[in-house]
Design a protein around this ligand. Structure first.
Ligand code: PMP
Length: 358
């Protein structure tokens, strides 16, 4: 049976990327050696790293006054690296769910944190808007797509202070006006690569704003100055990321993938809204294109385990919602084909019919 992969992360990667990665593990570039067994200082690997940076810049239209580097440690390491580098007195954070809360917790080790807006009052079912951004903040921090709650910023907000965004779960899924951000970063294990590599896009002026003496690995300048090679970079995830970026370019780039993502999300949200057995959990205008959360509608809550089983029997994988939201979450990342979303929609329709006839 065909499996439809809706895992939230690590998650679906394009078939061709997996095939190329499998080949490279056995024989990298016809060298007779595995990608896993060569030095990161070889020209062949440096070419991969440089190409990944070039493609990142090209696909997201990153201006020349930004640097891109790749490190390990996951997005969670950036939760404390960011304040370590840039929080001198007070930083602003928008609390839109688990991942911003974790970032807030870590920032408190370094200075004052002002939560300038929060959607916690309604269990993170919306994105706060129109909030004031104090001019005395060292930076403002947002999480652009909330993987667990399924909410997403639809605009690149204007900020009078440097804007830093965690784009772990929506990077390369939609066009971004990079020039509005001082820094964009994320774990690559959703839209780009297996777990193990974190991307950082940082504006040049930020490199001069590091506020304290730091161990080398924590200082952003170390990674920029050494072009992601200060220590051994995560070679395999970077290789896979480069293959995914090549694939994305061949698909028509971020603009085309965004069109497809809109189409997929519309298909599924339309069904969630139409089907009497389900309801969405997030305000319509803030619904994520990547992580589509829904629950059984009122009065039908007890059907959840049955639908889960029903969907599983039809090849749906990874649609169990996070325990904090319950219900279901279909993560429709870039590599998730429209056919998988259509299969899930068909499954929801079939379930509704079956229940109506019982
Ligand atoms: N931010 C977001 C939005 C995430 O979805 C995740 C992981 N799911 C993280 C941060 C944490 O990433 P990592 O596991 O790479 O530390």
């Amino acid at each position: 049976m065909k499996k439809h992969n809706f895992n939230a992360g690590p998650s679906i990667l394009p078939d061709v990327v997996l095939q190329n990665a499998a080949k490279a593990i056995i024989d990298f570039n016809g060298s007779g050696l595995s990608l896993l067994s060569i030095s990161h200082r070889t020209k062949d690997f440096e070419d991969v790293l440089n190409e990944a940076q070039t493609l990142f810049r090209e696909l997201l239209h990153i201006p020349d006054n930004y640097k891109i580097f790749f490190v390990s440690g996951g997005a969670s390491t950036q939760f404390f690296h960011i304040p370590a580098n840039f929080l001198k007195t007070k930083a602003g954070y928008v609390n839109t769910g688990v991942w911003s809360k974790k970032a807030i917790k870590e920032a408190k080790h370094y200075g004052e944190v002002q939560v300038v807006a929060s959607s916690e009052d309604k269990n993170f079912t919306y994105i706060p808007k129109g909030f004031a951004i104090p001019a005395d903040l060292d930076y403002l921090y947002i999480c652009s797509n909330n993987t667990i709650y399924g909410s997403e910023y639809k605009v690149d907000i204007d900020s009078p202070v440097p804007l830093i965004a965690d784009m772990s779960s929506d990077i390369m899924s939609r066009p971004v006006d990079v020039s509005k951000y001082a820094m964009i970063y994320g774990g690559a294990q959703k839209n780009l690569a297996p777990a193990g590599v974190t991307f950082v896009i940082i504006r040049d002026d930020m490199l001069e704003k590091v506020v304290r003496e730091l161990p080398s690995m924590m200082n952003v300048n170390t990674h920029v100055a050494n072009n992601s090679m200060f220590n051994t970079p995560p070679v395999f995830p970077i290789y896979v990321m480069n293959e995914t970026l090549r694939w994305l370019k061949a698909q028509g780039g971020v603009e085309e993938i965004y069109r497809r993502n809109l189409e997929k999300a519309e298909l599924l949200y339309n069904e969630i809204d139409r089907n009497s057995l389900f309801r969405g959990t997030v305000e319509k205008e803030d619904r994520s294109l990547m992580n589509i959360c829904f629950v059984m509608s009122e009065g039908n809550e007890e059907l959840a385990p049955e639908f889960m089983e029903f969907a599983k029997e039809r090849g749906m994988v990874g649609i169990k919602g996070h325990r904090l939201v319950g219900g279901f979450r279909a993560s429709c990342y870039n590599a998730c084909p429209k056919e998988s979303v259509e299969a899930l929609v068909a499954c929801m329709q079939e379930f509704e019919k079956m229940k109506a006839n019982q």
